[in-house]
Ligand binder design. Structure first.
Ligand code: PLP
Length: 397
């Protein structure tokens, strides 16, 4: 008999993917330019030219057998060394290659952390709105995901609710900032408050409560807003990073985990991360792309395009009467739905070929996610549609 859990997970596409597939089919009928697909978070900005140059240089100059060979399970030594130097330079940290484990994107980084930490009965807390895949990653590792309701005022952390949900079974807390889907960046004040609760509760329960920082959008931040580097605030932090968004390489599946030397029982924790990678089959991240990202470690794709899109869309929607917390990073807007049932609202939007994702799957009903990593032209052309929709609800600009 098959695993019922896997059968269930594999049979049902995520809501985002269902909407995305619908958009592709509709485009065949009405033309791509008539579909306003804001469903999926696939970066539309090309990878910087340095990525192409790095690939060509590696292919031309390096030993052809070595390029595609196995590396150490945790990644090539030189690659890990180069990447940690880049992180140290940018964030004032002091990691060495021994603190880094190369992975297959953020999804693998997070899954490995959950696997490395989970014992039977363990709980993992996250804050709504949250990346929906956390649930299956945690459950896949044998843990339980506990969701703290959103603070819809500003999408910082709802601390009252957090204090009620943290308990002796809490193994770790996972945060994602800049956030998918709200676009909000947790302020230093939020981080300090979170860390002080984690410290207090770790002492009270007599065991470490880890902090997992899922940060594929770290570099996509606007208006000079600072994205605090969490290992500097809390030593028991695991950082999960990916080049999917910052370098526009989502299909290449490349990222890393940082395990700081200061973490409790560093040697064992690093070994458990290696164990998690081994069990999940995520050893040896793709060799060529390990080398490519090392050569481009200080680079990003052209983020100014996302900022322009955010400004156009946010300013446009606010003028029409939509209500939305202003996002400071990532490439998502998370306005309030114009009716209580966000799913019904998205169905109405769909009638205009405007494809939005209801907030329900992100643990935040009554909101919709707009993924604005699209051509700026699509945003400009969609504004009259958003306006028509608002008028249908009697909202006047
Ligand atoms: N975490 C968050 C918050 C994301 O938005 C995504 C992808 O959209 C991931 C993790 C997974 O990233 P990757 O493609 O690097 O596995």
């Amino acid at each position: 008999m098959l695993s019922q859990k896997m059968l269930e997970l594999g049979s049902k596409k995520s809501t985002i993917r269902e909407i995305f597939e619908f958009g592709k089919k509709r485009a065949e009928i009405v033309g791509k330019e008539n579909i306003y697909d804001f469903s999926i978070g696939n970066p539309n900005v090309p990878a910087p030219v340095s990525v192409k140059n790095a690939i060509l240089e590696i292919l031309e100059n390096e030993n052809p057998t070595a390029i595609h060979s196995y590396t150490s399970a945790q990644g090539d030594d030189n690659v890990r060394s180069t990447i940690t130097k880049s992180i140290n330079k940018r964030f004032g940290t002091s990691f060495k290659k021994e603190n880094l484990y190369m992975t297959v994107g953020a999804a693998a980084s997070i899954s490995i952390c959950f696997k490395a930490l989970t014992n039977e009965g363990d709980e993992f807390i996250t804050f709504a709105p949250f990346f929906p895949e956390y649930k299956c990653f945690v459950e896949g590792a044998g843990g339980k995901l506990i969701i703290v309701d959103a603070n819809t005022q500003n999408f910082q952390i709802n601390f009252d609710e957090f204090k009620k949900k943290i308990n002796d079974k809490t193994k770790a807390v996972i945060v994602n900032s800049p956030n998918n889907p709200s676009g909000v960046i947790y302020s230093e004040e939020t981080i300090l408050k979170l860390v002080s609760i984690l410290e207090e509760k770790s002492a009270e329960y007599g065991h470490v409560i880890y902090l997992i920082s899922d940060e594929p959008y770290r570099e996509i931040a606007y208006d000079n807003v600072d994205v605090p580097y969490l290992t500097k605030y809390y030593k028991n932090t695991l950082v999960c990073y990916s080049y999917s968004k910052s370098l526009s390489l989502p299909g290449e599946r490349i990222g890393y985990i940082i395990i700081p030397s200061e973490i409790e029982d560093f040697k064992d924790t690093y070994a458990a991360i290696c164990g998690g990678g081994r069990v999940l089959g995520f050893v040896n991240a793709p060799s060529l792309f390990q080398k490519v990202v090392a050569k481009c470690a200080d680079e990003t794709a052209d983020i100014s395009i996302y900022e322009r899109n955010r400004n156009l869309l946010y300013d446009g929607l606010i003028k029409m009467g939509y209500k939305c917390v202003k996002p400071e990073g990532a490439f998502y807007l998370f306005p309030q739905s114009l009716e209580k049932d966000a799913k019904a609202f998205c169905e109405k939007a769909k009638r205009y070929d405007l494809l939005l994702v209801p907030g329900d799957d992100f643990g935040c009903p009554g909101h919709v996610r707009i993924s604005y990593c699209v051509q700026t032209e699509q945003i400009i052309n969609s504004l009259p549609i958003f306006e028509k929709l608002a008028k249908e609800y009697g909202i006047n600009s």
